[in-house]
Ligand binder design. Structure first.
Ligand code: ASP
Length: 592
């Protein structure tokens, strides 16, 4: 057979239908069993694995083959001998009797086995990411990611959205996180920022009449790695003119449903459920409620109106609430229940009351003796309690009750894994977050339209925004809002945020100017692609669905970035490292 083409077939696609055909395959040695007289090789390519059989007397090179050598073979597809078929392998009915082997390239001994075991240390996997890609779980993640993004693009394009690229070297924008900065060589002392998102550019596209925009956008936020975050991440970013919040949500639902279909092969029932922020906080103690399970927070304040029990009465008198969850048949021992009380205290509660419903319908609890018959019966009714159920109660300000019961609900009820997908919209977010010192920060970003301008000016702490999040299994997948399109309203928001007219002009004068040229009402959203994929593929970390991620400490073990640069590079940028930084660098070896 001629050397061209380099491959006639994929190893993983051979089947009994091809018996008798001569094929040329190319791939990697996934397994090798050298029985002296005969060498069996599992040959792996992008589609799968097939067994090839080599007679080393005819082809002495067979003895040289080692794990992950890249080889090409020519041979005949034949049925496996009776009893040696492998029903677990898609190609298990056949093998290839090899007539010719070419070693295309050898491989050094491997740092880890190329299989689906998960015990290899992540740092090593990241250092050899290219070998990690050959492992089935990573290969599957790359394919799923490609399919999901393709489905998003197709959905958006079919709905008439235009993909527009926005720059990555921009002026600093106020989206709440720290900007990643890039020094300018041509204008020493000035810096570009990498975009936290394309927010202002997509709004400018609306001013420019683009009408429907989307982009698979890379975003950068210089955050400490508290949780499973990355310095750079990917969003499906969309914006539309003459669009309502409902229009945005319907479009995002289509794009998300298409990616769920692409990855999981199932139809996502849409429209997705909706909760307001206030409902989510009251019923689940979280603005990203996990709806895979119930265990909702129930307000039982009315059961205790006028109670003799000081623990609850005091809280109610000072404007608080009594709320709780029915944690079901926990079966906790006394020390387990005491552990929950300590957890609640660590979360900011003064205490946590527990009550276990006995078979005879009485409550076992340290506080039972302080409660009236009517109150005890009220608890059974409000929590729909069955014998064996444990009810946990917090008496405090509503905010504290939610902040305590929310995490305890997750601790006791959250399912393992993400087999079930529970999406929800959370709408009507507040305009501002109020910090402990009383200062305000935009809850979403400062370009979000408040529901009422008067409320925002007069009662900023409680004002509601036209902002909404998409939540999946207790994780925030993305956020969006109806935007401010009136420059006067935009100026007011900056004012309430304490940003002076001068500062607003110097930082975003260019954007406010654009709003003065006939800006259409517009709205948009961004979905975190990494988080969506991690949940759909049931991976523990977004790092497992990002081709080349950084570690928790922001390091790339593959390229060793971030790296030092030469003195000349720094000089060209007009940058001088501070003496203490220089001293530290002299002490440390590069890469430490
Ligand atoms: N730019 C926003 C973000 O990254 C999303 C949006 O409002 O469209 O969260």
């Amino acid at each position: 057979m001629a050397k061209e083409p380099l491959r006639t077939d994929y190893a993983g696609e051979l089947s009994a239908a091809r018996i008798g055909d001569t094929v040329r395959l190319a791939g990697w040695v996934a397994k090798r069993r050298d029985h002296g007289g005969v060498v069996f090789v599992d040959l792996r390519d992008v589609k799968g694995i097939v067994q090839v059989v080599i007679d080393p007397d005819a082809i002495p090179a067979a003895h040289e083959l080692r794990m992950e050598y890249c080889i090409s073979v020519v041979g005949e597809v034949r049925a496996r001998m009776d009893g040696t078929e492998n029903p677990d392998m898609p190609t298990g009915a056949v093998e290839v009797g090899v007539a010719e082997v070419t070693i295309l390239s050898a491989s050094d001994p491997l740092p880890f086995m190329i299989d689906d075991r998960a015990d290899t240390e992540e740092l090593i996997r990241l250092e050899y990411r290219y070998l990690d890609f050959r492992r089935p779980p990573m290969a599957a993640a790359l394919r799923a990611r490609g399919a999901a993004v393709h489905a998003m693009r197709t959905t958006m394009a079919e709905a008439g959205f235009l993909e527009v690229e926005t720059p990555t070297l921009i002026a600093s924008t106020p989206e709440g996180a720290r900007d990643m900065l890039v020094p300018s060589r041509l204008r020493q002392g000035d810096f570009y920022a990498l975009p936290q998102s394309p927010q202002l550019f997509k709004q400018l596209l609306m001013v420019g009449g683009v009408d429907r925009y989307y982009q698979i956008a890379r975003c950068y936020r210089d955050e400490d790695f508290r949780s499973d975050r990355q310095l750079e991440f990917t969003q499906l970013d969309i914006e539309g003119s003459f669009w309502t919040a409902a229009d945005v949500q319907a479009m995002i639902e289509k794009a998300v449903a298409a990616s769920v279909k692409a990855v999981r092969g199932v139809e996502l029932p849409i429209p997705l459920p909706k909760l307001t922020y206030a409902e989510a906080m009251d019923r689940f103690g979280s603005d990203k409620p996990d709806l895979r399970f119930g265990m909702e927070i129930v307000d039982v304040s009315s059961v205790f109106a006028g109670t003799e029990f000081k623990g609850f009465g005091g809280a109610l008198e000072s404007g608080g609430v009594v709320r709780g969850i029915n944690a079901g048949a926990l079966g906790f021992s006394r020390s387990g229940l005491d552990g929950l009380v300590s957890d609640a205290q660590a979360l900011g509660a003064k205490g946590l009351a527990w009550l276990v419903l006995e078979e005879d319908g009485t409550w076992r609890s340290p506080i039972a003796k302080f409660l009236s018959e009517a109150e005890l019966a009220g608890l059974v009714e409000r929590f729909d309690a069955r014998p064996g159920d444990t009810v946990l109660l917090v008496a405090d300000m509503a905010k504290v009750a939610g902040a305590v019961l929310g995490p305890i609900r997750l601790q006791l009820g959250k399912p393992e894994g993400h087999e079930h997908l529970a999406f929800t919209w959370v709408t009507d977010f507040p305009v501002f977050d109020v910090h402990d010192d009383g200062s305000l920060a935009p809850a979403h970003h400062p370009f979000t339209q408040p529901v009422s301008l008067d409320d925002m000016v007069e009662r900023p702490e409680t004002a509601i925004a036209q902002a909404y999040d998409l939540v999946l299994n207790g994780s925030e997948l993305g956020s969006g809002s109806v935007r401010i399109h009136d420059p006067e309203v935009q100026a007011k928001v900056f004012e309430v945020l304490g940003i002076s007219h001068e500062e607003a002009q110097s930082r975003f004068g260019w954007f406010i100017k654009a709003l003065r040229y006939g800006t259409p009402p517009h709205a948009g959203f961004a979905v975190g692609v990494d988080r969506l994929l991690a949940i759909l593929l049931e991976r523990d970390s977004i790092r497992d669905v990002i081709p080349f991620p950084k570690t928790q400490r922001g390091i790339d073990p593959l390229t060793a970035s971030p790296t030092r640069v030469t003195d000349l590079q720094l000089r060209e940028l007009g940058i001088d490292l501070r003496p203490e930084v220089k001293a530290r660098l002299t002490e440390q070896a590069p890469g430490d």
